[in-house]
Write a protein that binds this ligand. Structure first.
Ligand code: AKG
Ligand code: FE2
Length: 309
């Protein structure tokens, strides 16, 4: 059976990253872990106002409960490290999520940071201009889970047992749980004109994102697959240097509002290019853990959100 997924993708192109410089293990969603087939969840505390999944997701195009559909998604994700589902969230639900974001624009926490591609402090064993230590800039901001309305479609999606069961299967995880702290589970990211997310590898094995408002120009997600092998300790400095120099072709993932993306970012180097248009790029990151009761560290919360609670 074939499904009408426009799985990814991708225009190969040469990028000229205009990146700069430093040093912090930052970037919120990058530090997330997740995690199942029979998916255990912690949805007992679902708000009563939660919406039905069929009011949020285009279940005709994306029959989340269908076993063959799940398997086809898993195959694509396993083979390519990317699963892109355009129109996953319905236009009406996206519209309400975008309006919630607009209302909360003034609460966005954004602080320009410089960091290494590896999201760890520079290593004095290497020169400043070595790929291990070269610095890139990240300037986009976000609002935290506690600022997302209880009755938001975003929260209903995040909490939905059917959605979690689907993602457990695609990701090959045992179970998924929300963060124990009040800030980290659902984040809405904002990249205004000129703002970007510098080249990096994620610490977590994957990320789930939902485009809420696509930029008009620029702001594209660019990546190069399988650059390093973090678990084997292979940092592949030469390839990282080439990507930073703009001499390696990069792939581009085009996402319209409503597109849900699963991405394995641990060994694929990626960035969000500077937004060159007037329209703010708004993107939700849905972060889960494979164990219950896990909080993002206070240090990371301070870095990403400017507060711990
Ligand atoms: O904004 C995006 O599309 C991706 C963000 C990302 O790479 C990250 O949060 O690690
Ligand atoms: Fe990332």
């Amino acid at each position: 059976m074939t499904f009408p997924l426009v799985f990814v993708v991708l225009t190969a192109l040469y990028s000229t990253p205009k990146l700069a410089h430093i040093a912090l293990p930052l970037l919120g969603m990058l530090d997330r872990g997740i995690s199942a087939n029979i998916c255990e969840t912690d949805t007992a505390t679902l708000p009563e106002t939660s919406m039905n999944l069929d009011a949020i997701v285009d279940l005709k195009t994306y029959p989340l409960a269908d076993q063959a559909f799940r398997q086809s998604c898993k195959d694509t994700f396993d083979q390519t490290g990317v699963l892109s589902m355009p129109g996953f969230v319905t236009p009406m639900a996206i519209d309400t999520i975008r309006k919630e974001g607009d209302v909360n624009q003034d609460k966005v926490y954004a602080k320009t940071e410089e960091h290494t591609v590896y999201l760890s402090a520079p290593d004095p064993a290497y020169a400043k201009d070595h790929p291990r230590n070269r610095l890139v800039v990240s300037s986009k901001g976000c609002i935290t889970d506690d600022l997302i309305p209880q009755d938001s479609a975003l929260r209903s999606l995040y909490n939905s047992e059917d959605f979690r069961s689907f993602l457990c299967e695609v990701l090959g995880e045992e179970a998924v749980y929300q963060y124990a702290d009040p800030l980290s589970s659902i984040n809405l990211h904002f990249a205004r004109t000129g703002q970007e997310l510098g080249w990096h590898f994620d610490n977590s094995s994957f990320a789930i994102t939902l485009m809420v408002q696509a930029p008009e120009k620029g702001g594209q997600f660019e990546y190069v697959e399988n650059v390093r092998d973090a678990d084997a300790g292979d940092m592949n400095f030469d390839a990282v240097g080439d990507i930073l120099d703009g001499t390696t072709p990069v792939k581009e993932l085009i996402a319209e509002a409503g597109t849900l993306v699963f991405f394995r970012g641990r060994n694929s180097m990626h960035r969000v290019a500077p937004n060159e248009g007037e329209r703010t790029r708004m993107l939700a990151v849905l972060a889960y853990n494979s164990e219950p009761g896990v909080s993002l560290s206070e240090e990371a919360r301070l870095t990403f959100y400017g507060r711990v609670s």
